[in-house]
Design a binder for this molecule. Structure first.
Ligand code: NDP
Length: 297
């Protein structure tokens, strides 16, 4: 049986981080300072704390400055907005990331709207979403930009290809569809109300699944030779009692026999997200300094 290629997102992300590290060294040489990434964590969500710790380590590993701001879950929206405003005004800060989810009493949208769009390295501010939509230079959300990098590395020119994105969230599905449209794909954005999802997915040369439902996209839905990017991260019970394992939104074992290429979970899209965050921070720092970002980033 022929098996499609398993895309090694971990290796690609390592390469991207190495490129960012070279760019940071160049930035230091020309500007006399390192780019700075500020991460704000409110509350004590365990998964967020692990994610923030990893971001901090990787930020330092590429030679950037990592600034962490931990605040208790009782922090008010006004206090958080005040902190973001301080970071907006701090010349040592090039990127601001407010870790989501925020506690229920804080309106995510109000906080994100306060971030200076030039420092919005998550690309969630409406100004950046709007720039992406009209095809202007923007800071683009990290996960979909990482998916696009993997697709271009695998397929080269995407022009004219039929792409189906399943999931329409503001942080993954919608920006993913915009990015693919900007690459001249013919894009379908599917969601929970889509009729006959199986036949919609079957049209695609490129399938991006960002749903959050374990192995929902079946192997038989996928056209032979298609390239599949599985964004989903779902924890399910493992064979061993009491243990869990991670699976994506695609039934990878069923699909692998006839796809051209597919990302695994874990080790596919996941590692790309932080690497692109570091890339976005360097790009933001270069733009703020009025210099060109290193080529190829
Ligand atoms: P959301 O919950 O915000 O969005 C899920 C989307 O899936 C919605 O648009 C929803 O449609 C759609 N959907 C739900 N059920 C179905 C269905 N039965 N058929 C078709 N579409 C459906 O999730 P996110 O976009 O934030 O995340 C998606 C997945 O990606 C999650 O597993 C998440 O953990 C993972 N993720 C991974 C990242 C990484 O770094 N690798 C980063 C971010 C997310 P509707 O709008 O109609 O409700």
């Amino acid at each position: 049986m022929t098996i499609g290629k398993i895309i090694d997102g971990k290796a690609f992300a390592e390469g991207l981080r190495a490129e960012v590290a070279r760019g940071v060294a160049g930035f230091l040489a020309s500007q006399g300072r390192t780019p700075g990434l500020a991460v704000v964590l409110v509350g004590d969500d365990a998964a967020s704390a692990v994610y923030v710790r990893n971001k901090g380590k990787m930020t330092v590993a590429v030679g950037m400055e990592s600034l962490e701001f931990r605040r208790p879950s009782a922090t008010t929206q006004e206090e958080l907005i005040e902190l973001v405003e301080e970071l907006n005004g701090d010349p040592a800060v090039d990127g601001i990331l407010v870790q989501l989810p925020l506690p229920d009493h804080i309106d995510d949208k109000a906080v994100i709207a306060t971030i200076d769009p030039a420092k919005d390295v998550d690309g969630f501010h409406v100004v950046n979403a709007g720039r992406l939509a009209v095809g202007e230079q923007a800071l683009v959300p990290c996960t979909p930009l990482g998916c696009l990098m993997l697709l271009k590395d695998e397929l080269g020119d995407l022009s004219g290809l039929e792409a189906v994105v399943v999931g329409r969230s503001n942080i993954v599905g919608k920006p993913m569809a915009q990015l693919l449209l900007n690459e001249n794909c013919t894009v379908t954005l599917a969601h929970s109300r889509t009729r006959d999802l199986a036949s919609v997915v079957h049209r695609a040369d490129i399938v991006v699944a960002a749903v959050g439902r374990p192995e929902m996209v079946k192997g038989e839905w996928i056209k032979p030779g298609a390239t599949v990017i599985d964004v989903g991260i779902n924890r399910v019970p493992a064979a061993e009692e009491g243990k869990t394992r991670l699976v994506g939104d695609v039934a990878t074992a069923e699909a692998a026999s006839h796809v051209r290429a597919i990302t695994p979970v874990p080790g596919g899209v996941g590692p790309m997200t932080i690497a692109v965050l570091l890339r976005n921070t360097l790009v933001a720092a270069c733009a703020r300094a009025g210099i060109a970002a290193p080529q190829g980033l």
